[in-house]
Design a protein around this ligand. Structure first.
Ligand SMILES: Nc1ncnc2c1ncn2[C@@H]1O[C@H](COP(=O)(O)OP(=O)(O)OP(=O)(O)O)[C@@H](O)[C@H]1O
Ligand SMILES: [Mg+2]
Length: 310
C-alpha cells in the first residue's frame, strides 16, 4: 500500500446539497436555485482543506449507493486521493438552504445509515493495512456504531506508530481518550465537558487541558475558541493566538479547516507554534466564505503572515 503522510477517516460522510431561495414559507411551493453538491463529513473536509494548501492526503470513507459514488467523484475532481469502503446502505445527504430575503441559513442534517457488523470490520481491517504518519479521525459516528469505535481505530493505528488526531465530541471523544492519542482539538465547550464542568473561562483552559494530558489521554490539545482564536497546550507549554478580525460570512467548516491546516503543518515538520497559527489562519479564513465552502489559500497565507507576529 502506498504511504501517505496524512490519512483521514470519515465513517459517516454526507453528500451536502445546498441552495438559495427567497422566502421560507409554509404550504406554498418554494422555488429553489439549482443545487450545489459538496462532499462532506469531518475527515473529508479535512482532506479538502489539506488540498487547498496544496498538500496531499488519502481520504478513507464509507460509501454507499449513488450518494457515496457522488462523494467519490467530487473528491477526485478536487484531486484528492480516495479509498472508499463500499457499504450497503446509501450514504446520507445533508441539506442547507439560504433564504436570500433574510440572509438566514437553515441546515438540515440526517442520521447516517447503519453499518453492518461486516462493514465495521472492513473499516477496522482497512485501518490495519494503512501506511501513514498522521491519521485524522473526525466527525460524528453513524447510528448504531459503538461510541468506542474511534477508540478501536486509534488503538489499531497506535500499534503501527501512527500519530492519531481526533476531532469529535461527546461520548466518542470521551472514549477515545481512554487511549493516548497525539492531538485533539476540542472547542472550549467540548473541553469543559471533558473535565466535567458546564463552562470554562479563558484563564481556566490551560489547567483543564493540562489535566487531560496528565491523565495520559493526549500529547497535544488545541482548544479552539471561535472568534477568540485558539490555544495549544502540551505537558509543559501553553501558547495562545487571537483570531484575526475577518469579514465573517459563515463559520461552517471552520473547525475542519483548522484541523486541516494543523495536520498539514505537522506533516511539513513545522514547529508547534506554527502548527497553531496555521490552524487559526485556516479556521478564520474559512469563516470568510459562504456556507460549506472552506477557505482560499490566499486568505490562509495572508492570515498566517499576520499571526506569525502574534
Ligand atoms: N467569528 C470568527 N472570526 C474569526 N475566526 C473564527 C470565528 N469563528 C471561528 N473562527 C476560527 O475557526 C477556528 C475554529 O472555530 P471554533 O472554535 O468555532 O471551532 P468548532 O466549534 O470546532 O467549529 P465547528 O462548528 O466547525 O466544529 C477558531 O479557532 C478561529 O480561528
Ligand atoms: Mg468542531
Amino acid at each position: 500500500m502506498k504511504h501517505y503522510k496524512i490519512t483521514t477517516v470519515t465513517v459517516n460522510p454526507a453528500l451536502d446539497k445546498s441552495t438559495h431561495l427567497r422566502g421560507l414559507v409554509p404550504e406554498q411551493k418554494i422555488r429553489c436555485d439549482a443545487p450545489r453538491y459538496d462532499a462532506g463529513g469531518g475527515g473529508i473536509n479535512v482532506s479538502k482543506a489539506i488540498a487547498r494548501l496544496n498538500g496531499e492526503s488519502l481520504a478513507l470513507f464509507t460509501a454507499g449507493g449513488p450518494t457515496g459514488e457522488m462523494i467519490k467523484e467530487l473528491l477526485l475532481k478536487e484531486g484528492i486521493k480516495v479509498d472508499p469502503i463500499t457499504v450497503q446502505n446509501w450514504t446520507r445527504e445533508s441539506f442547507v438552504a439560504v433564504d436570500d430575503n433574510t440572509n438566514s441559513q437553515y441546515r438540515f442534517g440526517f442520521p447516517g445509515a447503519a453499518l453492518s457488523e461486516l462493514e465495521k470490520e472492513m473499516v477496522l481491517e482497512k485501518v490495519k493495512a494503512i501506511a501513514t504518519d498522521f491519521l485524522v479521525l473526525s466527525g460524528s459516528l453513524n447510528e448504531g456504531l459503538p461510541t468506542d469505535f474511534y477508540k478501536q481505530i486509534a488503538e489499531i493505528a497506535k500499534k503501527s506508530n501512527i500519530k492519531v488526531i481526533v476531532d469529535t465530541s461527546g461520548e466518542s471523544l470521551q472514549k477515545v481518550l481512554e487511549t493516548n492519542v497525539y492531538l485533539i482539538k476540542p472547542n472550549v465547550g467540548e473541553l469543559a465537558k471533558l473535565v466535567g464542568v458546564d463552562r470554562l473561562e479563558m484563564e481556566e483552559v490551560n489547567d483543564a487541558a493540562k489535566k487531560i494530558i496528565a491523565q495520559g489521554s493526549a500529547e497535544i490539545i488545541v482548544v479552539s475558541l471561535g472568534p477568540q482564536g485558539a490555544a495549544l497546550i502540551t505537558k509543559d507549554s501553553y501558547d495562545y493566538v487571537p483570531a484575526p478580525n475577518v469579514a465573517k460570512k459563515s463559520t461552517v467548516g471552520a473547525g475542519d479547516s483548522m484541523v486541516g491546516g494543523m495536520v498539514w503543518a505537522l506533516s511539513q515538520n513545522k514547529s508547534l507554534a506554527e502548527v497553531l497559527r496555521w490552524g487559526v489562519a485556516c479556521g478564520s479564513a474559512a469563516t470568510m466564505n459562504e456556507g460549506t465552502q472552506l477557505f482560499k489559500i490566499e486568505d490562509a497565507n495572508r492570515l498566517f503572515e499576520w499571526l506569525k507576529s502574534k
